[in-house]
Design a protein around this ligand. Structure first.
Ligand SMILES: Cc1cc2nc3c(=O)[nH]c(=O)nc-3n(C[C@H](O)[C@H](O)[C@H](O)COP(=O)(O)O)c2cc1C
Length: 362
């Protein structure tokens, strides 16, 4: 993709600003804020005023859909950061206050439901995965069938809490080397029972979660965020997603939130080709993101790759008004992306996520 001018006049860029639908939800434009962990939850995984302020700033900046950072469905499998929790009813009131604040801006808000699986830090024993140890992956133990059913229930109950907190949608996190990604990936899932083998079987836990959510909340839209490999069978995967009944799909790649950390080249729009392949085999709303920095690039992604929406992460750290400014033709503060120190590096050291380069710390 060409490097675009810093000054952007969106008069000729209509696709980004068109309304679209996710299930029965109407979303005012095609920019989705990517879920990004922020270290802003408190020690008990509850919403803080800092988290609310940071998200509301982005919601006020005009993002059509805000996907909140990953919230764990089982805090016994946590991570070192201050992560958000959605595994107990005591979290509902804080989440409701957050959603109410974001709704004041007109934003549509989704919760991301997440189980860290093999990447979890556990106090006793080992983290868990579908098949246990896999070369190059964290050491973990394989799951019994009864445990898998219990994990599906946790996702379903967490979705229930999201509904009680007023979220408009939920996203199931099956990307970046976490538990559900290890189920759908053909290398990490070596099970020979009903949860492994064919794509239909590897996607069974996702289908069970989707069906369980529908049984309780008929109309709640459910997005699937998944990591794909370039040589995955897009036709079969598209079929499995369609059969499971997800309302939208967000394409990612790799076993880390930061693919560059595992040596994946992150050129501009590095997930676009993967999304284009899946587009041919799925009719659901399709989105993707990764190093899409300017409105021109986002517009081009939608028009050339058949996307319904573009997902922006760090560009919205650098400029929370990205969408509003793009629509008004104002100059956007662009994400430098390869900066050092970086937002991700600082975040990993325990700092609140913020744009280090532009020193934005709201
Ligand atoms: C600090 C940080 C935290 C992230 N946390 C999450 C997360 O909680 N859930 C998730 O699915 N992806 C997470 N990601 C990945 C982002 O959602 C996004 O896919 C990635 O940053 C690429 O988009 P970008 O190039 O626009 O930043 C995180 C990324 C960063 C930089």
């Amino acid at each position: 993709m060409p490097v675009a001018d810093r000054r952007v006049v969106l008069m000729t860029h209509h696709a980004l600003l068109r309304e679209w639908s996710l299930g029965e939800l109407r979303i005012p434009n095609r920019i989705v804020m990517a879920p990004m962990s922020t270290n802003r939850a408190d020690k008990l995984g509850r919403v803080t005023t800092g988290l609310t302020r940071y998200l509301k700033r982005r919601a006020a900046g005009g993002c059509g859909l805000i996907v909140i950072e990953s919230a764990t469905v089982d805090s016994a499998f946590g991570s070192s950061g201050r992560t958000l929790r959605i595994d107990g009813d005591e979290q509902i009131s804080g989440l409701r206050e957050l959603v109410d604040e974001l709704h004041e801006t007109g934003a549509v808000v989704a919760a991301q439901l997440w189980h860290a699986g093999p990447r979890a830090e556990v106090k006793d024993g080992l983290p868990i995965s579908p098949s246990g140890a896999t070369a190059g992956m964290p050491v973990s133990r394989g799951l019994e069938v009864s445990e898998i059913e219990g994990i599906a229930r946790r996702f379903i109950e967490a979705a229930d809490r999201a509904v009680q907190a007023g979220f408009d949608a939920v996203e199931i996190h099956a990307a970046h080397g976490y538990l559900l990604h290890h189920f759908i990936d053909r290398i990490t899932n070596r099970r020979t029972d009903e949860y492994g083998g064919s794509i239909q079987r590897r996607y069974r836990i996702l289908a069970d979660i989707r069906a369980g959510i529908r049984a309780r909340s008929q109309r709640l839209p459910v997005i699937l965020r998944l990591s794909l490999r370039p040589d995955d069978d897009s036709a079969a995967i598209g079929g499995a997603i369609q059969d499971a009944g997800f309302d939208g799909v967000d394409v990612r790649t790799g076993f880390s939130s930061m693919p560059s950390a595992e040596g994946v080249a992150v050129e501009a729009g590095y997930t676009l080709e993967l999304a284009r392949k899946l587009r041919k085999h799925t009719s659901q709303p399709l989105m993707t993101g990764g190093r899409i920095l300017t409105p021109q690039d986002a517009e081009e992604a939608i028009l050339k790759y058949g996307l319904d929406a573009v997902v922006l992460g760090r560009p919205l750290l650098a400029d929370p008004d990205w969408v509003r400014k793009a629509a008004a033709g104002e100059e956007i503060t662009l994400c430098v992306y390869d900066c050092e120190p970086s937002c991700y590096g600082r975040f990993k050291e325990g700092d609140d996520l913020h744009c280090v380069f532009h020193e934005r710390r709201e």
